[in-house]
Design a protein around this ligand. Sequence first.
Ligand code: SF4
Length: 348
Amino acid sequence: MERSHRTRDIRSLTERELADLVKELGQPAFRAKQIGEWLYSKNVSSFDEMTNIPKALRDKLAERFSFRVPTEIAKQVSRDGSRKYLLEFNDGTSVETVGMPSRNKLSVCVSTQAGCAMGCAFCATGFNGLSRSLTAQEIVDQVIHVAKDFDERVTSVVFMGQGEPFANFDEVVEALRILNDPDGMAIGARHLTVSTCGVIPGIKRFAELPEQFTLAISLHSAIQQTRNKLMPGAKKYTLPRLHEAIQAYVEKTGRRPTYEFAMIEGINDTNPEMEALIDFCAGTLCHVNLIPLNDTPGSLMKPSPMKKIETLQKRLQMHGVEATIRNSRGNDIDAACGQLKQRHVTVS
Ligand code: SF4
């Protein structure tokens, strides 16, 4: 029933535009509210699903508008229940999205860009560079797709898939607000986490937002030289400046940022690395997630032995720094952090 891709996505209409459209079509005003509910609360992806809207009106809408929802090109299911999707947008650009269920919760990891310009040494996405940034709707569509596939409410979203979110700041913030909207998916602000490589202008702007969205920083080393090698795209945001920006963020918001630290054997799990991390964190409000690096095929980097990860956790805790060892989800389907890469897979 969908029309040409050249027609406008009906979901891009504002409330005002929807009200004007209904008026223009000679319909009573309450139809705008009904249509709005289907679009923004029930997240339908076709006009036929709008069952309380008369068929004639649905046909009129379909003549002028479309639903530009992404197409699922492939899906893989992990042993731990995680599902990875390859979703293709209208222009043929595709991204990966992961759904991670646990007990009564469903978490989604979204991509904010197709590809990424940051070129992190341990990340499969970075190898191919950036194709383009996604729109807010394309980010939200990933969440809707996962919710529908699991037939469950999404309880949290992490912006940790492909791309550097703060290189696409405005669309990311718009997506956060759509996901947070109490009349829409109503995902609590604290359950919406944006993970950055440490793009300082983005951290500053993020601190100004009134909502309590959560900030995560991919740190991976508190020694400049190591960090430059691991994350060349973040080089210009030096560690002292980053530290300062994060402290200003904490002061302004009172919120606790998380540091992501992927542990790589012989690279950032040495004694000087541990000491530098403790120095970076001690006495500040933060939480450290220690994540054993995932084995990416073809990569020379290997995960640190668990013993070392536990040692670092204990040392951080001894200095009053909260630290958690996080299991990566879905690493048997290349869905874990740093493994997302556009690769067509057979639907299982
Ligand atoms: S880790 Fe994130 S920021 Fe770094 S290259 Fe990969 S997608 Fe980009």
